[in-house]
Design a protein around this ligand. Structure first.
Ligand code: GDP
Ligand code: MG
Length: 302
C-alpha cells in the first residue's frame, strides 16, 4: 500500500475544488464561478487497491484585502509544506499572470527543500481552451517554471527539472487519470490514514452550511458572495437550522429576496441534495464587517 498527502495549489478559480471532486468521484467541496469559495482546507480521500491519496484543498493564493483574505492565504501557504506531492494548477485559456507565477514560485520553493514534495504542473480547462492553446500553455508553463527556478537556488532548479506537466480538464475528467497515476507513482509505502469508505473529513454540519452557501453564491452578484457566511446553529433529528450572516442590512434584503422568494429557492435547492425528509430552516442575520473582525473569524473557526 502506498499513501500520502497531496496539495492542489493554484490561484482562485483555476479549478482546484473541481479537480478534487472529479478525482474523488463525489462532491466533497463546493465549487463556484467566483474566486475564494473554499474557506477551509477540506480533504478529499481517494482509496484504491494500491494506494490512499489524501487531497488537501486550499482556498487559493492571492493578494489579501481583508483579514479573511489574509487568513485564507496563510492557510493556503501552510498547505504547501509537509505533503508528498504538490500539484500546481494553471488555466489553459488565460495568460500565465502574476498570480500563477506566485503559485509556481512558492511551489518550487517548497519542492526544492530537502524531503520536499514532488512537483507536478497541470494545465486545466483544456476542454475550454482547445488542443492548440493547451499545447501552447504547456510550453509556456514549462518555460515559466524553469525561469522562476533560476532565481530560487539549486533545490528549486532540481525540482523544476523533475517536474512533470499534464494537460487536463477537471470538468470532463480528460487527462485526469494520467495525473492521478503520476501522483500515486510518487507516493511511498505507507498505511491508509482513513477508513476506505471515507471520502472527506468535512463534518456533516459544515457540508450542509456549504450547500446553502453554494446556492446563495450562484444567485448573487458583485461583492455579496464574499460577505456571506453560513453556519449550522441547530441540528435535531432531521431538522437543521442554518444561519446566513451578511455584513449589511441591504445585503439581508437581497438574500431574502422579494417576498422571501430568494431564500425559498435557496432552501429548496439545498434540501434537494440532502436526505429525503430533511427539514431546512434558513435565517439571515447582519454581522457588521465580519470579514475584518478577528473575533468573528475566530468564532467561525476560519
Ligand atoms: P477553485 O477556486 O480553484 O477551487 O475553482 P473551482 O473548482 O471552484 O472552479 C472555478 C470555476 O471553473 C467553476 O465554474 C468550474 O466549473 C470551472 N472549471 C473548473 N475546471 C474546469 C474545466 O476543466 N473546464 C471548464 N470549462 N471549467 C472548469
Ligand atoms: Mg475551491
Amino acid at each position: 500500500m502506498r499513501s500520502g498527502f497531496v496539495t492542489i495549489a493554484g490561484r482562485p478559480n483555476v479549478g482546484k475544488s473541481t479537480l478534487i471532486n472529479t478525482i474523488v468521484g463525489e462532491k466533497v467541496t463546493i465549487t463556484s464561478s467566483r474566486p475564494n469559495t473554499t474557506r477551509h482546507q477540506i480533504r478529499g480521500v481517494l482509496t484504491t487497491d494500491e494506494a490512499q491519496v489524501v487531497f488537501v484543498d486550499t482556498p487559493g493564493i492571492h493578494r489579501p484585502k481583508t483579514q479573511l483574505g489574509q487568513r485564507l492565504n496563510e492557510s493556503a501557504l501552510t498547505a504547501l509544506d509537509g505533503v508528498e506531492v504538490l500539484v500546481a494548477l494553471i488555466e489553459a485559456s488565460a495568460a500565465i499572470g502574476p498570480g500563477d507565477r506566485m503559485v509556481l514560485s512558492r511551489s518550487l520553493t517548497a519542492a526544492g527543500t530537502t524531503d520536499g514534495p514532488a512537483l507536478l504542473v497541470a494545465v486545466n480547462k483544456m476542454d475550454k481552451a482547445g488542443p492548440a492553446r493547451t499545447a501552447e500553455q504547456l510550453t509556456l508553463a514549462l518555460a515559466a517554471t524553469e525561469e522562476l527556478a533560476e532565481g530560487l537556488g539549486a533545490g528549486a532548479k532540481a525540482a523544476a527539472q523533475a517536474a512533470e506537466f499534464f494537460p487536463i480538464s477537471a470538468k470532463t475528467g480528460r487527462g485526469v487519470p494520467a495525473l492521478v497515476a503520476s501522483i500515486i507513482g510518487r507516493l511511498s509505502e505507507g498505511p491508509a490514514y482513513y477508513p476506505d469508505d471515507m471520502i472527506s473529513d468535512q463534518g456533516d454540519a459544515a457540508h450542509v452550511a456549504e450547500l446553502v452557501r453554494e446556492q446563495l453564491l450562484s444567485r448573487t452578484r458583485d461583492e455579496l458572495p464574499h460577505s456571506i457566511h453560513c453556519q449550522v446553529t441547530e441540528w435535531e433529528g432531521n431538522a437543521i437550522r442554518v444561519e446566513i450572516l451578511v455584513e449589511r442590512e441591504s445585503q439581508k434584503g437581497i438574500v431574502i429576496g422579494k417576498g422571501g422568494e430568494m431564500l425559498k429557492e435557496v432552501g429548496t435547492a439545498a434540501r434537494a441534495q440532502l436526505p429525503p425528509g430533511t427539514h431546512l430552516e434558513l435565517f439571515v442575520r447582519v454581522e457588521k464587517r465580519w470579514q475584518s473582525r478577528s473575533e468573528v473569524l475566530d468564532r467561525f473557526g476560519i
